[in-house]
Structure formats: structure tokens, C-alpha cells
Design a protein around this ligand. Sequence first.
Ligand code: ATP
Ligand code: MG
Ligand code: MG
Ligand code: MG
Length: 439
Amino acid sequence: MRFSRSLVPTLREAPREAEIVSHRLMLRAGLIRQQAAGIYSWLPLGLRVLRRIEQIVREEQNRAGATEILMPTIQSADLWRESGRYDAYGKEMLRIRDRHERDMLFGPTNEEMVTDIFRTYVKSYRDLPLNLYHIQWKFRDEVRPRFGVMRGREFLMKDAYSFDLDEAGARTAYNRMFVAYLRTFARLGVKAIPMRADTGPIGGDLSHEFIILADTGESAVFCHRDYLGFDIPPADFDFQDTAALQATVDRWTSLYAATEEMHEEAAYAAVPEADRLSARGIEVGHIFYFGTKYSAPMGATVTGPDGKEHQVHMGSYGIGPSRLVAAVIEAWHDDAGIKWPDAVAPFDATILNLRVGDAATNEACERLYRELGAAGREVLYDDRDERPGGKFATADLLGIPWQIIVGPKSLAEGNVELKRRQTGERETIPLEAVAARIA
Ligand code: ATP
Ligand code: MG
Ligand code: MG
Ligand code: MG
């Protein structure tokens, strides 16, 4: 992408309304534009990050055996009347009436709709287990939308729904998502700790929130420090291996970790003082087993091996990709700007042309841009006619992992300068060596 031909509206000053660093940086780096309270447009760089996060989430859902579908944003109120949630949901639900006076709504979540899909097509235990997910915009009319996309009203959610014959099957489905979440967040470059969460009227121990520790987090959390060093399950983890799934979940729930609502002073006091971590956290994922809460009222049943009808046991599993864009920035920034982890960066590299108009410098930049593109690297070419100081500052603000600095002086010796944004390390290398170095 050529900077001069794109839309990267960077700001020198942080707008005053932005209270937390990720919101400030998202506005300053030109990632998003607010359209109404809690409703945002995604500008080119922001959209690229969002798409990369979404893709990692998708890959890990697929790896764990879930199947992608796409349900609409607008739902009919009828399904919600069946489950009894239409009246119960309250003001967070955006209610709409169509021209035929039918009650519709902008979906805040999809349990009812997915249960309807399930009951229409699935009739036998032989078709289980089943896990259907989608990545779709949600709307919740939050009382206090704030912190940019961290708490939007319209936001992107990956929500998965599992269907099993019985509670034991549902537990395995839950464990699969638990492990998939550990892998997902690690790949995104953040440390998210599963913490015991409130299960509401269903009870039991099968609900965890995945929390990233950050001073700006909205929840108070309490956990054992050792979680920060725990190993992440590998890419070749066997999601069919029920025992391995349980063992992984057991290990990741063996130490204390709870959000404020579930916090127990006595249990926490048993953690050695040096290992206690009391901090703020951002909820980036939430997994939940809720048994027959929807299958019972909505008649989602299958024939079991015994020839009888069974209400299926369900769970739901959410991740917020749009919130994660902000959460990753909370974890990866410095005074100069964003420091994207490689896996989610909007571009792999940015070329800084320090003397636009100079024939040799232009030619070297164009060549690099073509070569890197041909090698499959995503590159932002800063071809604007601007002073070097401004370009350096912009590059640091945008946070692209590699900066390739091309100026007439080094170029006279056949060299360019490389800077790694994460560490600040610099090296001077021959122009021809760049493609191999950043591969
Ligand atoms: P919160 O406690 O922050 O209000 P929630 O518990 O209401 O979130 P869930 O219903 O568990 O959210 O939704 C699953 C995921 O969707 C959350 O873990 C979060 O990542 C994301 N999410 C929820 N609400 C928002 C929002 N208003 N803006 C952005 N992401 C959100
Ligand atoms: Mg909420
Ligand atoms: Mg919550
Ligand atoms: Mg939640």
C-alpha cells in the first residue's frame, strides 16, 4: 500500500475524549473513526489488524473442530419470545420494528438463532458433537460505551455454540474451546488467563472468562502469578483426545484465578503472598456451559442410542476481535506509539523513503516495494514528500514491525537501515539483503 494513495489520518495530538492509551493510539494512528457513541468505522490500518485477529481466531476454532457459519445481524423477536429472553434482556437490546410492524432486533448474541438452526436439521445423536460458530457484528446498547472499541455498542464477536447428547459430552466440548482459546490468545501475542466466572442460575464450575492483565482493565482480578509462565498447548494438540483436553484444563485451573464477582478471600489468602497477583483485567473471551437452558424451551432434541428423545446440552463461547485490537495495543505500546506483534500487525514492513524525488532513492524504494510484495510480504510504502523526522515519528506511531529506512547517504554505499519497532534495534544492511532478512 502506498501511503500517499491510501487513508492513514494520523494525529499529532491525542483527542481529549480518549481516556486510555489504546483509544488514544487508535485515533492518533488513524485506525478508527467514531460515527456515533460506541459505533466506529474501521479505516485501512485498523481494518487490517481486525481482519488478522479474526483470521487467527478462525484458524483456532477450525483446528478445534468447530464449523463456521454466518448468521444475520438482524433477528426476529419471535425466537427470543420462545426462549423467554425477549422481555428479560432489557435495554441493552436494540429493538427495531419493520414496515409490517413486526418486532425485530439487532442481535446482541445468537443462542436462540443457532438453536433454531440446530433443531431444524439435526435429529440424531450420531450427528453429535457439533460446534457451530460465526464471526459477526453484534449490538448492545451499553449504558456507558467507552474506551473506543474496547466497549463499543456495535462490536465484532466470534461466538461458537456446542451441542452434545449429555453433560459429559458438553464438558469435552467446553474443554476443546478452553484449549482453543489458550492457543488463540497466545498467537495474538497476549497473555490471557482463564479465570473462574459466574455461571448464573445454571450453577456448576463451567464458566471461565479469559482476562488480559492491564491497568486500564474494567474488572478487578486475583490470580496466582505462575499462570503468566504456563506453557501453551502446541499446534498439533489432539482435540480428539478427551483425556489430554481434561488434563490441560485441569492444569490451567489448578491455581487460584478469579474475577471480582467470584473472588474468595479465604482461598486467595492460601496463595503464598509472593505469588499473589491482584490486578486489573480486560475480558477478551468468555466460555460457558448452560445445559438445556435453550434446548428445553425451544425443543432442540435428538434421538439417543436408546431410541429416546434427549434435549441437547449446549455451551457458548465468545471472543471479541474488535475489543482485542485495543487490548493488544494496551499490552504493546510505548511513548512513541504502537508496537504490533508480528502476527497481528497491519503490515509486515514499512519502507521510509527519506528523499522523495531523488531518482536513486525512489528507484531503490520502488524496487524493494515490488520485491517484498512478490515475496508475499505486506508493505506500507511511505512515499509522501515529508521531512525524515516526521516519517520516523509516524512509523513509530503506526507500530509496523520492520522499518526499512532508505536515504541517499547509505544508499550511495548500497545500504539501507533496518529498525525493529519492538526492540528499537537497528542494523545497516545491503539493499539486496533486505528481502531475505525480513522474510
Ligand atoms: P463485559 O463484561 O465486558 O460487558 P460481557 O461479559 O457482557 O462483556 P460476553 O457476553 O461474555 O460479554 O461476550 C463475549 C465477548 O464479547 C466478551 O468476552 C468480549 O470480548 C466481547 N464483548 C462483549 N461486550 C463488548 C463490547 N461492548 N464491546 C466490545 N467487545 C465486547
Ligand atoms: Mg456486557
Ligand atoms: Mg463480562
Ligand atoms: Mg462475559
